[in-house]
Design a protein around this ligand. Structure first.
Ligand SMILES: Cc1cc2nc3c(=O)[nH]c(=O)nc-3n(C[C@H](O)[C@H](O)[C@H](O)COP(=O)(O)OP(=O)(O)OC[C@H]3O[C@@H](n4cnc5c(N)ncnc54)[C@H](O)[C@@H]3O)c2cc1C
Length: 136
């Protein structure tokens, strides 16, 4: 918005309306606020109770496309910064066991891009990890 104040031309960012207080809306609103953009978030219910809430959400680094892996790594860095800023855990440090035909191909992509600790394990280790997962 452009206006005048005592005859001096001023320019300020327009207020941005963000609709929805899920992970996308909240992180968008926060990123805008960080950059000094006035923002108002509109939520029909309670923030964080849409699709973004739940026990089963994971942060996935492994993708077929190296560009997505690189984006995920960059994004993870921002989440880590925000976790430190708010002194709260946002993404858990649990590991992931990937199995199936796509796992090895994605492992190659992860290693090609770098930045994510990932390696192949043998059948014995898979059995042990599965047993640990069942009992925890
Ligand atoms: C069971 C399940 C498992 C999933 N697992 C994963 C996973 O492992 N990893 C992963 O990355 N993704 C996962 N996803 C997908 C992920 O959860 C969603 O992509 C993500 O949460 C979408 O976030 P969002 O902010 O767009 O939507 P939501 O979290 O749904 O937020 C939308 C918000 O907008 C509000 N709203 C809607 N309409 C209006 C309106 N007109 N005015 C005001 N407010 C409005 C709603 O009340 C809600 O709070 C999973 C999804 C489900 C359902």
């Amino acid at each position: 918005m452009t206006g005048t104040d005592d005859g001096v031309a001023t320019t300020r960012s327009p207020e941005v309306a963000v609709i929805g207080g899920g992970i996308v809306g909240l992180s968008t609103a926060y990123a805008l606020r960080e950059q000094g953009v006035p923002v108002r978030l509109h939520e029909a219910g309670l923030p964080g109770t849409g699709q973004s809430g739940g026990e089963s959400r994971i942060f996935r680094h492994a993708h077929d496309d190296p560009r997505l892996v690189a984006f995920a790594c960059e994004s993870r860095g921002v989440w880590d910064e925000w976790a430190e800023h708010f002194n709260v855990g946002l993404v858990s440090s649990d590991g992931v066991l990937a199995i199936g035909d796509s796992a090895l191909a994605r492992l190659r992509v992860l290693n090609q891009v770098g930045g994510v600790e990932a390696h192949e394990i043998d059948a014995v280790a898979v059995t042990l990890l599965s047993a640990v997962a069942r009992t925890s």
